[in-house]
Design a protein around this ligand. Structure first.
Ligand code: PMP
Ligand code: GLN
Length: 397
């Protein structure tokens, strides 16, 4: 099944035939054309720290990064990424051989899969999966094998037996995402340990998308998979400045991994964008060096917004899966007498003046994802409150 909505595209090759316009573009356009509140696409409606914006302006004015930066990324940023991994997680990476700067996490994902897969290789990925995973696996000629996170006690959980059963002799790599978009699940230490054991036992590579690493709430903890025994040498870890520093338009991401893996990913990356985001790389290097209090404040602020939206959606009649991480809330629309998240999201602008994302697009088995709808809370409190007010009208009609 398509991971995205489809429109007729007669010239599109077979590998990409199932992929139309991304749901995020479709829903943001719908928000624009209908003047709705956009709780669909995950981008903040306020920019990141002023001093980091200023750092970008300074780099631009000083002529740093206005011409092609070095292929692996500017040394300042590679050093800052390595320092961040060491400071936060005790993971030591050599900035010269074990860090690669990419055009956002999106390019990191694409380059990793293009570099590491042979045509026909199977990739085990958590379902619902972020939309670019399916497309990138397809572009690389791989086959995706979803393992579905299922609702249990108010959260979507990974069934480790299902994960084990999904691995075959044709499995080349696991594609992981924690904190997980769209469910907000954060894999626990025990789950990650089991994933690591499986990867070692079956000699699998792991690409782990950790772009929401700093958005974990309550007693959840983000533990990079690369910290588990036997994992450092087989794990490609992906991060991004877009989420952590609220500059999604800058498209600065990175990969940390062992030299042979970084070298492989770089081979693919150099023929995708070659390089990107020159002056922004310098600014993100400064962002990564901000004191941890920035991250604490950021998390606290997002937590407050999560609670406002979670309470509001509950009061409006949705069944809410309170996320342990990310800036998304997945809801079940069944209590509202609705079954089809697609139809619901397409009609929501007209019915309530709000835009959300139907989780079904992130499933191969669309029926399994049908009743779920995702709302983003990386928006100003007043905007979230206005959306809640509108949504609370739904039950009255
Ligand atoms: N992975 C996940 C799970 C995401 O939600 C996103 C969206 N930001 C990305 C990757 C892409 O990140 P970037 O904007 O840095 O390309
Ligand atoms: N990651 C964002 C989300 O999940 C979307 C990014 C994009 O549109 N590519 O909403």
């Amino acid at each position: 099944m398509a991971a995205m909505t489809s429109t007729a595209r007669p010239h599109l090759n077979r590998r990409l035939a199932e992929f139309g316009t991304t749901i995020f573009a479709e829903m943001s356009a719908l928000a624009q054309s209908t003047g709705s509140i956009n709780l669909g696409q995950g981008f903040p409606d306020t920019d990141g720290p002023e001093e980091i914006r200023e750092a970008a302006v300074r780099a631009l004015r000083d002529g740093r990064g206005n011409q092609y930066p070095p292929g692996p990324g500017v040394p300042e940023l590679r050093t800052a990424v390595a320092a961040h991994q060491l400071r936060r997680y005790g993971l030591s990476y050599d900035p010269d051989t074990e860090v690669l700067v990419t055009a956002g996490a999106t390019e990191a994902i694409a380059a990793s899969l293009l570099a590491l897969l042979e045509p026909g290789d199977e990739v085990v990925a958590l379902e619902p999966y972020y939309d670019s995973y399916a497309a990138s696996i397809a572009m690389a000629g791989g086959r995706r094998v979803p393992v579905t996170l299922r609702p249990h006690d108010g959260a979507f959980r990974l069934d480790l037996d299902e994960l084990r059963a999904a691995v075959t002799d044709r499995t080349r790599l696991l594609l992981l995402n924690t904190p997980h978009n769209p469910t907000g699940t954060v894999l626990t230490r025990a789950e990650l340990a089991a994933v690591a054991e499986l990867a070692v036992e079956r000699n699998l590579l792991v690409v782990t998308d950790e772009v929401y690493e700093h958005l974990v709430f309550d007693d959840a903890e983000h533990i990079p998979l690369a910290t588990f025994p036997g994992m450092r040498e087989r794990t490609v870890t992906i991060g991004s400045a877009g989420k952590t520093y609220s500059f999604t338009g800058w498209k600065v991401g990175w990969v940390t991994a062992a030299p042979e893996l970084v070298s492989a990913v770089r081979s693919a990356k150099q023929f995708l964008t070659y390089v990107a985001s020159g002056p922004f790389q310098y600014a993100v290097a400064e962002a990564l060096a901000l004191p941890d209090s920035y991250l604490d404040d950021f998390r606290r602020d997002m937590l407050a917004r999560r609670d406002i939206l979670a309470e509001g959606l509950t009061a409006a009649g949705f069944a809410v899966f309170r996320p342990a991480g990310t800036y998304f809330i997945t809801t079940d629309i069944s209590p509202l007498g609705e079954k089809d998240g697609f139809a619901f999201c397409r009609s929501l602008p007209e019915r309530a003046g709000v835009v959300a994302i139907p989780n079904a697009v992130f499933y191969d088995d669309r029926a399994a994802g049908a009743p779920y709808v995702r709302f983003a809370f990386c928006k100003r409190k007043g905007v979230i409150e206005a959306a809640i007010e509108r949504l609370s009208e739904l039950r009255k009609r």
